[in-house]
Design a protein. Structure first.
Length: 279
């Protein structure tokens, strides 16, 4: 697809701004048009010897290589792009996937500390198992602790997870190594992909705090356990609309069920209701 190749070519430019590039494409209605106006002309902001055609050919070859390795490549204007990510400010213009990517996926994120307590791991497993029983996809990272417990329990229950068996998605170029900057960007995608975020256990500097903040910015509800409420950031978040504070596994599952009751079971997940609940 020429438009997808043009997007890759634009994003591959040195110091290319992803939000700015996305906005340019939306305003022009064509990635190819933006590429034509951006490169190969001495009067443009990026004068160089490369023509738009050569950059398109290189990008198309790169896409073909990724696809040959079983990597799906999805531009934000493609019909295969997850609908729930389209409405967030941090929307990745390009998304890479392995596995079963669904345009509409009913999912809940379970996040927390790498150095989780035994109780935290138990809660994560119980919540993941229950979500699978509700036909919900479990979203989490690939770290030890809460992430691993959530994925393992969901898979043992025969469910689907994102970032493990079922689907892996990333907004970063294939084979890009992790960096300090990549983790908050990953949290933004996890938050945007899910209809809600459950923070099982986390410290003052945990990445789960970042995801909770992003989830609220995205209009997604957040569930905080009593373990998390020991942190100052969680106490401050508890006063915000859209936050559930729960004590024990039973209350956590009740909160998740309440959240899911507002969500459609099939298409239409791009329309999220406004939450103003505090339990």
């Amino acid at each position: 697809m020429i438009e997808r190749a043009a997007l890759v070519a634009l994003l591959r430019r040195p110091h290319a701004g992803w939000p700015e590039t996305t906005l340019q494409i939306q305003e022009n209605g064509s990635a190819k048009a933006v590429l034509d106006h951006t490169v190969g002309h001495s009067a443009t902001l990026f004068p160089d010897a490369d023509s738009a055609t050569s950059l398109l050919d290189a990008a198309a070859a790169e896409i073909a290589e990724w696809q040959a390795e079983g990597i799906g490549v999805h531009a934000f204007f493609d019909a295969t792009y997850p609908a729930q990510l389209l409405g967030i400010r941090e929307m990745p213009p390009l998304l890479f996937s392995r596995g079963d990517l669904r345009v509409h996926d009913r999912a809940v994120a379970l996040v927390g500390s790498r150095k989780a307590s035994r109780d935290g791991l138990r809660i994560a497993r119980a919540c993941a198992t229950t979500l699978v029983g509700r036909g919900v996809t479990v979203v989490s990272g690939l770290a030890t602790g809460i992430d691993t417990a959530a994925h393992t329990a969901a898979l043992e229950a025969g469910g689907r997870t994102v970032a493990d068996v079922g689907l892996v998605i990333s907004q970063f170029w294939p084979d890009t190594p992790p960096s300090r900057q990549s983790f908050p960007m990953r949290n933004a995608v996890m938050s945007g992909y899910a209809v809600a975020t459950v923070v099982v256990e986390a410290g003052e500097t945990s990445g789960a705090r970042v995801q909770a903040r992003l989830a609220l910015q995205h209009g997604r509800p957040v569930v905080l356990t009593s373990q998390v409420m020991q942190c100052d950031w969680a106490k401050a978040f508890a006063e915000k609309p859209g936050v559930y504070v729960v004590h024990g596994t039973a209350q956590l599952l009740e909160a998740v069920d309440d959240i899911l009751s507002y969500q459609p079971t099939e298409a239409g997940l791009e329309n999220f209701p406004d939450f103003a609940l505090h339990c």
